[in-house]
Write a protein that binds this ligand. Sequence first.
Ligand code: 5GP
Ligand code: ZN
Length: 120
Amino acid sequence: MSADCIFCKIINRELDADIVYEDDEVVAFKDVNPAAPVHILIVPRKHIPSLLDLEKDDEPLMGHLHTVANEVARKFKLDRKGYRVVINCGPDAGQIVFHLHLHLLGGRPLLQTIAKGRGV
Ligand code: 5GP
Ligand code: ZN
C-alpha cells in the first residue's frame, strides 16, 4: 500500500472503480478513459511502482497477472477475435500511474493503436 497511489485506493475501496475480477493477489477494473471498447486494467494488490521494480519473488505474480488477463478476456468474449496486453514502463512509454498494471484491450482491430500515439 502506498498512501498517495490511486490504484492502491481502488484496491482498498477508498476510490470507486468498476471492478470486473478480484482474487487474493489481483484486482481488475475498467479503465476510466478507455482506448478500446474493452479496456481493463489488471493490477496486483502489492504496490510495485513499475516493471523496473520487479523482483525475483514477483515472477509467479507476473504469471498470474497474465492468466487473469486471459480469464478476463474470455469473460468479455475477446478470446475468438483476440486482444492486446500492454505494460507501460516509465515516462517515454507514457506510464502515468506508478502502480504496475496490465492494460487488456480489445473489441476492435488494434493495429493502429500504438502508431496513433495513444499511450496504451
Ligand atoms: P499508464 O499510462 O500508467 O499505463 O495507464 C494508466 C491508466 O489508468 C490510463 O489508461 C488511465 O485512463 C487509467 N486511470 C487513471 N486514473 C484512473 C482512475 O482513477 N480510475 C480508473 N478506473 N482508471 C484510471
Ligand atoms: Zn499502489
